[in-house]
Design a protein around this ligand. Structure first.
Ligand SMILES: *[C@@H]1O[C@H](CO)[C@@H](O)[C@H](O)[C@H]1NC(C)=O
Ligand SMILES: *[C@@H]1O[C@H](CO)[C@@H](O)[C@H](O)[C@H]1NC(C)=O
Ligand SMILES: *[C@@H]1O[C@H](CO)[C@@H](O)[C@H](O)[C@H]1NC(C)=O
Length: 235
């Protein structure tokens, strides 16, 4: 009768002791962890900052070979937010904008540019009224385009060597010209002015386009720019 009791009690106490010790270990573990995390967090920030600084250094280490000194402000190494430029990270990128007026051949010119594997011209991105309603919206859009974060059917992404778009003078250019010029100077954007020399032809094109709009729709919709001979022949 006494034997089992004697055996039971020492068996019980180590179990309780183990539980207590485990509990203590757990609590102290959590405590130590939280303290270490709290101590580490500023250091982790510093680490991130270092990585960022390194990134910038790497960007500065990218050097375009054999360029003239005057060209240097026009050469960029953008760091897109939406993807990695990978093997092309040190390929220099040039920024451009084509200023033009409707019916001046800018659509044709853009198609020509986009036929090059390293050139992306993103079309009339300020055709949308919302995007050009105020200067902050315009600058934000420009930032995205030139950081290679703008996606259109023309985007070449990683290995783009020249990036730009088409901007009609009546799409907010005249209202905000001061800020736009300042942005272009600060960010080394080249402005390409494309105007039709023969104003009579432009006027004829305007009138013909207005006429076509009502009379000769292409597959049910009006198309103001034709980009291939197939489109021309079916028009
Ligand atoms: C600028 O325009 C955008 C888009 O229309 C709008 O969301 C934003 O609030 C406007 N900002 C200012 C400062 O008016
Ligand atoms: C042009 O693109 C090709 C392939 O996408 C790439 O290999 C090449 O380095 C690019 N050239 C320039 C000048 O960026
Ligand atoms: C017009 O529509 C037809 C059939 O839907 C298509 O095969 C053709 O490519 C279209 N043409 C143009 C110019 O979009």
């Amino acid at each position: 009768m006494q034997d089992p009791k004697f055996i039971k009690s020492p068996k019980k106490s180590p179990l309780i002791l183990t539980i207590v010790v485990l509990f203590f270990l757990m609590v102290s573990g959590v405590y130590i962890c939280s303290i270490r995390l709290w101590q580490i967090s500023p250091r982790t920030n510093a680490k991130f900052l270092n990585i960022k600084a390194l990134d910038q250094q790497q960007q500065q280490q990218c050097q375009a070979p054999d360029i003239e000194q005057w060209e240097a402000p026009l050469i960029h190494f953008p760091n897109p937010k939406t993807f990695n430029r990978e093997e092309c990270v040190c390929n220099p990128v040039r920024y451009f904008a084509i200023f033009s007026m409707q019916r001046s051949g800018s659509g044709w010119f853009e198609t020509l540019l986009n036929s090059h594997i390293n050139v992306s011209s993103n079309g009339e991105i300020f055709g949308l009224r919302d995007r050009r309603s105020n200067i902050s919206s315009i600058l934000e859009t420009l930032d995205r385009v030139y950081n290679l974060d703008w996606f259109s059917s023309a985007s070449k992404n990683e290995c783009s060597a020249a990036i730009g778009f088409k901007w009609m003078l009546n799409q907010g250019v005249m209202q905000h010209h001061k800020d736009i010029v300042e942005y272009f100077k600060k960010n080394g954007v080249s402005a390409i002015f494309l105007f039709r020399k023969n104003l009579l032809r432009r006027t004829i094109s305007l009138l013909a386009n207005a006429y076509d709009k009502d009379v000769r729709p292409l597959n049910g919709t009006h198309k103001s720019h034709v980009h291939s001979s197939a489109e021309v022949s079916s028009a």
